[in-house]
Ligand binder design. Structure first.
Ligand SMILES: [Fe+2]
Length: 220
């Protein structure tokens, strides 16, 4: 494996079986001695098979340094995309006011599209032999987006936050798409341009039009 960071191995903890009730269990020795075969082996732990920040060799014709650079770039964009995905769900739930139903449905549609981007970015990292960022506490550490409050905000603020997230992701995706093409990683370039950039540009358009202050009845 190629290594970016020193691996942090978890101490091995031998699994213990929770089947300790006083009555005979499937794990007890039986008359034919085969009851152990029916008992699930529970509460297992072991060392990671591949620490975060390392690469396995995969036969796709890209050098280690090329794949390493793409994995780092993709994980950064992935972390921000996961935060934007969750911003959409937060605002889908917390939106209010006369445009409730339109925005409630629009935010959920954009959420679903961001879910697809998350999956495609994460799987590209794995395709390249890396480990994709996955859990919320890891995402929070790696995201470069501004953290929103836990409470409800006004609609223009909700939309502003998501527009700023889109813009940051777009800037990163375009830069990293060009860098990926320059080092010969056409698959990463294609994912970033055809899916990440195009989807985020479209969603930013739909959102931004809700911040145009147009008269509803009488023209100015
Ligand atoms: Fe819903």
């Amino acid at each position: 494996m190629a290594t970016m960071n020193p691996s942090r191995m978890q101490p091995f903890q031998k699994g213990s079986n929770a089947a300790t009730a006083s009555m005979p269990t499937a794990g007890s020795a039986g008359p034919n001695g085969r009851q152990q075969e029916a008992q699930p082996i529970l509460r297992q732990r072991s060392e990671e098979t591949q620490p975060y920040g390392t690469l396995t060799r995969v036969p796709i014709g890209l050098d280690d340094d090329v794949r390493l650079a793409s994995v780092e770039a993709l994980n950064q964009i992935l972390a921000n995309t996961m935060v934007l995905r969750d911003l959409y769900k937060k605002h889908h739930w917390q939106v209010s006011g006369p445009t409730f139903i339109a925005l409630h449905e629009l935010f959920d549609k954009h959420f679903e599209q961001q879910v697809e981007l998350v999956d495609d970015l994460a799987e590209r990292v794995q395709i390249l032999g890396g480990i994709s960022v996955a859990m919320p506490h890891d995402v929070a550490e790696r995201s470069t987006l501004e953290r929103p409050p836990s409470g409800r905000e006004e609609v223009p603020v909700q939309i502003s936050r998501m527009l700023e997230a889109h813009e940051q992701i777009l800037v990163q995706a375009r830069q990293q798409a060009r860098a990926a093409a320059d080092r010969g990683d056409d698959g990463t370039n294609d994912l970033l341009v055809s899916q990440v950039v195009r989807t985020n540009e479209m969603q930013a358009w739909f959102l931004s039009q809700h911040l145009v202050d147009t008269p509803l009845v009488r023209a100015k």
